[in-house]
Design a protein around this ligand. Sequence first.
Ligand code: GDP
Length: 472
Amino acid sequence: NDLATLMSVSVNDVISTCMGMGMFVSINQRLDAESITFIADEFGFSVDFTTTEEDVDVVLEADNEEDLIERAPIVTIMGHVDHGKTSLLDYIRSSKVTEGEAGGITQHIGAYDVVTESGKRIAFLDTPGHEAFTAMRARGAKVTDVVIIVVAADDNVMPQTKEAINHAQVAGVPIVIAINKIDKPNASPDKIKEELSGINILVEDWGGKYQCQEISAKTGQGINELLEKVLLEAELLELKANPEKSAVGTVIEATLDRGRGYVTTILVQQGKLNVGDIILAGSHYGRVKAMFDHRGNRIERAGPSTPVQLLGFDGAPQAGDILNGMQTEREAREIANKREQIAREQSIRTKKHITLDEIGRRLAIGGFKELNVIVKGDVDGSVEALSDSLLKLSTEEVQVSIIHKGVGQISESDVLLASASDAVIVGFQVRPSNGARKLAESEEIEIRLYSVIYDAINDVKDAMEGLLAPKV
Ligand code: GDP
């Protein structure tokens, strides 16, 4: 309606133009920038947007190969609840204090770095749970080089173990398995390895490619070996960064501290961050007033793969926002303001994620090649049957990918995964949890619920054909 008014044409004409493009819109439907440009063009108008996403990206300095040096890996620990994620991190943190700084009090800042026996550094993100990991990824942040999956040897490979593995795999992050609690008399690491093989995770001593270490987060047994395996995995990645350019990092946490102001934990990933630097993250900016390491010691500068706590932002950026060191305060402020404006506009814009109804339009515009689907169902048999049938709907133009499938209700972590991977969720004889439903609304993730498999298959099939039909 707004667009029709701007162009002084009838609403019905705009709607039928949309239909012609495979978009079935209502009179008050919001359209995204791409569609507006397309439709306006049909009516002989060109569109000028006052802000665009390009304006708010910070142009990164190019790296010369010779400026790159090895950087420490950044590791996240994931696994089922009570399998020992916190204990493992606590053990590592308390036993591997950087030389010369022993005795410092560790504060919770969301990220730590430790030095291993072999003298190499590893940075750990203290955001246990794959939800946090995937939430970061959904915001475009890539902050984990290696994932440690913890499985308790006195328990089983649990739903959350599988989910964590799946989330790491979808993100393309290498996995090291830690079989924990082997000090317990009823520990049975072989049973865990067997269960892992059942979900296609073959560990090395079973002839597979996954490194695996038996550990005890209580006694410390095997933990040095685990860290060496993480380093080995990291070596294969040839992680490098230029330590001299302006800083690039990711926001891990931000809080408002009475007295100190906004306190932000940043993981510096490239370049160097100095006290006094002008910084930008999301729609906030400022100047680094003071910086601290995770032991609370004041530091003047931080290089790649270093977590720091800093003071100086004019507000609280969100976890997952990218931090950039900037040349001038004016540029930082301008970009921050533009981003805020875009965020405001986006909150009233249309779907940012795929829906079945959107498929046709994206096909018409071109470039849509893959439909990502998450399948949840009440029993394994129907999940497998539905997934198989959906996979078979792949055409030359569009590949259907089942990025995750599982038994049980649709969880918040499913929605986060959908958001990070631009997927639709198909539920068969299951419902979303309350939290998942709310999150799906705010993340604009489509959840389709079915009680007949045939209906689900038909809907996806129709959607994909709807896409294929209109050629513009
Ligand atoms: P998280 O939920 O994965 O973070 O698990 P926690 O680290 O909180 O551990 C859950 C429980 O298992 C706690 O009571 C720990 O003390 C215990 N635990 C963790 N690791 C070990 C271990 O290696 N051996 C034994 N015996 N207990 C452990």
